[in-house]
Design a protein around this ligand. Structure first.
Ligand code: ZN
Length: 148
């Protein structure tokens, strides 16, 4: 039940959070899932459409999801997860993250970014697998990340 991600993509995912600091970044992960084992092949940056409080909430627009699915299909990839950053907050999911997570079997990757007002430094990156089949039994399970 692991998330495998190539080093260059892992670095990109973390750098994205540093770039958008002190705001959150977010993106979509394309790849392949084999049971609970997920391999990331591609990252797509998404615009944070939530302008009201971009520091503690993220949102990916439906049209970005559709575009991502379309792009993935061309190379035989599926949406296997999402990533976002937590500026000046731990790399743990928030109640909002949980409430807004609906993609069962997908990985939700969170990177904590610390810094002063202008420069962010990516610290911890964690992945949580959304298990369950409905809103009633869903749960986040900590998922080991293997950088390949
Ligand atoms: Zn979050």
């Amino acid at each position: 039940m692991s998330l495998t991600i190539p080093q260059p993509l892992y670095d990109q995912l973390r750098a994205h959070g540093e770039e958008t600091y002190p705001h959150e970044c977010c993106g979509i992960m394309l790849g392949k899932a084999d049971g609970d084992n997920i391999t990331v092949h591609e990252l797509l940056r998404a615009g944070n459409t939530r302008t009201d409080s971009a520091h503690n909430r993220y949102h990916i627009a439906p049209q970005e999801l559709i575009a991502a699915q379309r792009q993935g299909r061309k190379s035989g990839l599926d949406i296997v997860g999402f990533y976002h950053s937590h500026p000046d907050h731990p790399a743990q999911w928030s109640p909002t993250d949980f409430a807004e997570a609906h993609w069962f079997g997908c990985a939700y990757v969170i990177t904590s970014v610390d810094g002063d007002k202008t420069t962010g430094h990516a610290k911890i990156t964690n992945s949580f697998l959304l298990t369950g089949t409905s809103e009633d039994d869903k749960a986040f399970v900590t998922q080991p990340i293997e950088v390949s």
